[in-house]
Design a protein around this ligand. Structure first.
Ligand code: AMP
Length: 438
């Protein structure tokens, strides 16, 4: 393998043409979250390893198997973030954001790193958009977060969305549930995979999330967490269901959803589309902020994988705005004309147009070929004649129609008129045609 010219496995190059989709996606998601009052935060790509061990939980697959961890030159253990929630909680605590007016609402669009087997929709460097809301415990918060996740996906034009919710309770009710799980799994310990045998002692609920078919089969017969909820957790879950129903958000209850990260309490949810389970996943976390040394505030959030989102958008033919192409290419012949072209493109850019001129000293024919390849809407050729007359022909590339324009002062405004009223050229043509018919 040519190491210098191949990217590491599980990573992607996003080429010009694709990046416009990414910009649109991130902008749309962040703006939708802003309607709910979420403000974007940007945190470091790497954090101290302990943050994820403590925050996400070292019995999770993400932490125990998938982290990119290394010692830096100062012998500190550093990890490339595998998810966003722990880093955001750390930043909120460190910057004193949780001491201000609550709830605190944060959004993020980040890259994440997990050493996973790369396959369709699963990468080692991938991107997530997500939100976190701290300091709001009422079930209406859970409903609002779910409603935002739905809005995000609907705004992008996705259809066929299904929402599945569950409650995994609080530490009080979970103690009873863990006992029931242990009783159930203990008799079949030998059949579980090696990792799940360790999980059985440390965190039996993780077994429900195991990808091994044998463990999944055993897990299907395990007791369900919703049967072990304490009265408070049950009331919270029932209120959430009432709110979702009254907001017209359809859902199903899926006791199998436990989510892959340790910090969740009470509400957990996943939004899927056919062929893409868990396109978006999220839930409430009671102990995370306190565990990391912050105040005792609850958080709730979700994350959606952007690569998968783009794949589904392509599959469903969701509309994406086209990227801005070159509005005007000015070809030139000779030094004086090329200086004039340079001045004109500068003036056009100042007016917000995308304009280009020759940078390599090619023939006019070659310059026009390049303008074609760029997909320029208009082109213009400047030579000695044009300079001495102060006028040049503006050509619409799609139709070949031309219009004489003054090229000195005021050109950018005149071009702006042409761009805004595309019919200027068409009208001139129509007049010419009308004249020729007479
Ligand atoms: P999680 O943080 O595991 O709850 O994942 C949140 C979302 O991130 C998932 O619903 C996926 O859409 C996405 N995701 C997780 N892992 C990967 C990965 N390795 N490659 C691409 N997307 C991922």
């Amino acid at each position: 393998m040519a190491i210098l010219t191949s990217r590491p496995r599980g990573t992607n190059d996003f080429l010009p043409g694709e990046t416009a989709r990414w910009q649109y996606l991130e902008r749309t998601l962040l703006q939708t979250a802003e309607l709910y009052g979420f403000k974007e935060i940007r945190t470091p790509t790497f954090e101290h390893t302990e943050l994820f061990q403590r925050g996400v939980g070292d019995t999770t697959d993400v932490v125990s198997k998938e982290m990119y961890t290394f010692l830096d030159k100062g012998d500190r253990s550093i990890t490339l973030r595998p998810e966003g929630t722990a880093g955001l909680a750390r930043a909120a605590i460190e910057n004193g954001l949780l001491g201000e007016a609550l709830p605190l609402k944060l959004s993020y669009a980040i890259d994440c790193f997990r050493y996973e087997k790369s396959q369709k929709g699963r990468f080692r460097q991938f991107h997530q958009f997500g939100v976190e809301c701290y300091g709001a415990d009422l079930p209406v918060t859970d409903a609002e977060i779910i409603s935002l996740a739905f809005d995000c996906l609907k705004t992008l034009g996705l259809s066929g969305l299904t929402l599945a919710i569950n409650s995994i309770g609080c530490p009080t009710c979970r103690a009873n549930y863990y006992k029931a799980l242990k009783d159930c799994f203990e008799s079949r310990r030998g059949e579980l995979c090696e990792t799940c045998q360790t999980r059985l002692d440390k965190n039996p609920m993780r077994i429900l999330d195991c990808k091994s078919p044998v463990c999944q089969k055993i897990a299907a017969e395990a007791p369900q967490v919703t049967d072990y909820l304490c009265p408070d957790c049950r009331a919270h879950f029932e209120e959430l269901q009432r709110l979702l129903t009254s907001a017209g958000i359809p859902y199903t209850i899926d006791p199998g959803i436990v989510r892959g990260l340790d910090y969740y309490t009470r509400t957990v949810f996943e939004i899927s589309v056919p062929d893409f389970p868990a396109l978006c996943g999220g839930g409430r976390y009671g102990g995370l902020v306190k565990e990391l040394g912050g105040p005792d505030v609850e958080g709730i959030g979700f994350a959606m994988g952007l690569e998968r989102l783009l794949m589904v958008m392509k599959e469903q033919n969701c509309p994406v705005p086209e990227e801005q192409s070159c509005d005007l290419y000015i070809a030139s012949m000779g030094k004086a004309a090329s200086e004039q072209a340079f001045r004109m493109v500068s003036a056009l850019r100042a007016e917000g147009f995308s304009a280009q001129c020759d940078l390599v000293g090619r023939s006019v024919k070659a310059q026009m070929k390049y303008a074609n390849k760029l997909g320029a809407k208009y082109s213009m050729v400047l030579g000695d004649n044009e300079l001495s007359e102060g006028r040049a022909a503006l050509k619409a590339m799609a139709t070949g129609t031309q219009q004489e324009m003054t090229i000195g002062e005021g050109f950018a405004e005149a071009f702006s008129d042409v761009m805004m009223n595309g019919y200027v050229l068409a009208a001139a043509d129509a007049a010419a045609e009308f004249g020729s018919q007479k």
